[in-house]
Design a protein around this ligand. Structure first.
Ligand code: UTP
Length: 288
């Protein structure tokens, strides 16, 4: 059973500067919900209760967001705005939040390692909230089911990407073992297209065993002087069953400006309140 999810959120978000100079990237909104809340909602829907957020300097807004705001609640109550009150309360309902600091962004692996004391000796999930996935069944739920079905200690969310995009991702080498599952025998971080073992890219959702922590401790800094999560997971192959799971759903790379705008348009068009208006605008101005 997976009870805990780690949300690395200590990066500088340089691709969104100047917007991220004083505000966290993870708080950028998709329509009206911050990216990181989308991730938290996905984890809740997969039965996870403990949300462990790895933060750093300038990330206080994340802690304030996942906290009760008595003044705001009192104001909404006084105004009789029950719908908004309900929405504000649901941000903190059904989950417990824990914070740990990563003083310097020394890589995703380093950020995950910071959570070791809170996670302890149990399997856990990792969610990169800038990978937004619109899915019929929450992706973490799909992955937890796959880990049980295949008795896998490690489950990596994977997605087919165009050949010329492989150098942006960790790419797996694997053999298909089920409908959407691949047994992973190797993985390469950001390979050149001619060196890539497949077109199956690792996306920002992971189910990991506690043995990943000693593996991270033993991992030396790799590309860019950062401690890479993929290097630590790679060292687990052979000791743990590692599978890649081709999830069902549409993924947006909201860590890039283009992906973020695409996610916003997709979510806004589906929003009952603003969708019809946005569609009419796009048509009228001949954007579509
Ligand atoms: P990114 O690679 O998107 O880095 O990290 P970033 O700093 O957020 O953004 P850019 O590249 O400068 O635009 C993916 C996720 O991992 C977290 C980030 O906060 C983001 O949620 N992360 C990354 C950490 O928590 N610590 C790190 O050292 C690196």
């Amino acid at each position: 059973m997976i009870r805990k999810a780690v949300f690395p959120a200590a990066g500088f978000g340089t691709r969104f500067l100047p917007a991220t100079k004083a505000s966290p990237k993870e708080m950028l909104p998709l329509v009206d919900m911050p990216l990181i809340q989308h991730g938290v909602e996905e984890a809740k829907a997969a039965g996870i209760r403990d949300m462990i957020i790895v933060t750093g300097r300038g990330k206080n807004a994340i802690e304030d967001h996942f906290d009760v705001s008595f003044e705001l609640e009192a104001l909404l109550e006084k105004k009789g705005n029950g719908d908004l009150l309900q929405q504000v309360r649901s941000v903190t309902d059904g989950a417990d939040f824990f914070y740990v600091r990563q003083n310097l962004p020394l890589g995703l692996g380093h950020a995950v390692l910071r959570s070791v004391e809170i996670v302890g000796e149990e399997p856990f999930a990792v969610v990169l909230s800038d990978d937004v996935i619109d899915a019929p069944v929450p992706v973490l739920k799909q992955m937890i089911a796959a880990s049980e079905r295949h008795s896998a200690g490690v489950v990596l969310a994977i997605q087919k990407v165009p050949k010329d995009a492989v150098s942006k991702y960790g790419i797996i080498k694997g053999k298909k073992i089920g409908d959407r599952a691949y047994e992973v025998s190797d993985m390469v971080e950001k390979p050149r297209p001619e060196k890539a073992p497949s077109d199956l890219a690792i996306i920002g959702r992971y189910i990991l065993p506690p043995s990943v922590f000693p593996a991270l401790l033993a991992t030396r800094p790799g590309a860019g002087g950062e401690i890479q999560l993929t290097d630590a997971i790679r060292s687990l192959i052979g000791k743990e069953r590692v599978i890649g799971y081709e999830f069902e759903g549409v993924r947006y790379d909201a860590g890039t400006k283009l992906g973020f705008q695409m996610a916003n348009i997709a979510f806004a068009l589906k929003d009952p309140e603003i969708g019809p208006g946005l569609q009419a605008f796009l048509r009228k101005e001949r954007f579509v």
